[in-house]
Design a protein around this ligand. Structure first.
Ligand code: NDP
Length: 298
């Protein structure tokens, strides 16, 4: 018998979008500014194209203008840098997103470093990550997926302060920044990864588990302390002959087992995924607002 609450990321994300839309229309009325978000997509990866399409739809739904640069797989690094430079200098663009992974012949670091930190709505610029890690510093932008995880905990009223949190995974885009955020929220944080020996002994102590690994159903019921809150970032496609596409998406956490042990758990899809896009819109709004404040009063 499942007893855990299902954390509905989709409906929280929709509520956030309504809030953003309201604030954007106030902004437009008051000072005539509409935020713009530019996306640079190199090559034709299917998952990236889907993400861009969803992002565009989300921008349209709240009133953010979306711009796109689609470059072919064999473009040069300089061509990408030229686009970044144009977007950096374009006052109608408030956020710039470079979709990763880039083709192998490009230097990801050079490219990410070229994005103006004031427009780094992904929050991946080393200065933003550095500020996230330092006490008493505020990053201009917090990475979207980690921010979405914390926002879900907040909106559901799950306390973080003083709790024992375990993050599974240490990637630059999810695991590491989400661990930093939990620590800023006064959790006691452990990070486990592929070289950790006793992962489930560690996760079993957690009041909050955030999993960002990319392995279907890795986190079993026996890994979870009764009453824990589980945020499942993983998106994995597994074969499913019952579905028309022949596959379906699952998380890192075995949802059925977790539902019997945890007090709350995010589904996949419909958990963290929609929150990521909502936080991207939020970061674009924050960027537009700060440009305006700086121009007007700075
Ligand atoms: P990465 O592959 O970059 O990182 C995976 C991490 O998991 C690594 O730190 C790795 O350890 C660790 N890991 C691998 N195997 C194990 C194991 N057996 N036990 C414990 N840790 C392990 O992935 P990302 O962080 O980019 O993404 C993680 C998942 O989240 C993916 O499924 C991705 O699709 C999904 N995702 C979802 C988003 C959303 O919006 N919901 C956004 C971004 C990602 P090590 O460092 O030692 O290699």
């Amino acid at each position: 018998e499942a007893s855990a609450k299902v954390i509905d990321g989709k409906s929280v994300a929709n509520r956030i979008k309504v809030e953003i839309r309201a604030e954007l229309s106030r902004m437009k009325e008051a000072i005539g500014v509409t935020p713009g978000l530019a996306v640079i997509l190199v090559g034709d990866r299917k998952d990236s194209a889907t993400y861009v399409r969803n992002k565009k739809k989300a921008c349209d739904s709240v009133g953010i203008i979306s711009l796109e640069a689609n470059l072919s797989e064999d473009s040069t690094e300089q061509e990408v840098l030229n686009y970044i430079s144009d977007f950096n200098n374009d006052p109608s663009v408030h956020g710039i997103l470079v979709l990763l992974p880039l083709p192998k012949h490009m230097n990801e670091q050079n490219i990410l470093n070229a994005v103006r930190i004031e427009k780094d709505v992904d929050g991946f610029h080393p200065l933003n990550i550095g500020c996230l890690a330092m006490g008493g510093r505020e990053p201009l932008f917090v990475p979207c997926t980690p921010k979405g995880c914390i926002e879900l905990l907040h909106r559901y009223g799950f306390p973080i302060k003083g709790k024992k949190a375990v993050v599974i995974g240490r990637s630059n885009i999810v695991g590491m920044p989400v661990a930093l955020l939990l620590q800023r929220e006064d959790a006691t944080v452990s990070i486990v990864h592929s070289r950790t020996n006793n992962t489930k002994e560690i996760t079993r102590q957690a009041d909050i588990i955030i999993s960002a690994v990319g392995k279907p159903n890795m986190v079993r019921g026996s890994w979870i302390k009764p009453g824990a809150v589980i945020i499942d970032v993983g998106i994995n496609s597994v074969e499913d002959s019952n579905s028309p596409q022949g596959y379906r998406l699952v998380g890192d956490v075995c949802f059925e087992e977790a539902s019997k042990v945890a007090s709350a758990v995010t589904p996949v899809p419909g958990g963290v995924g929609p929150m990521t896009i909502a936080m991207l819109l939020k970061n674009t709004l924050i960027s537009a607002r700060s440009t305006i404040l700086n121009n007007t009063y700075g």
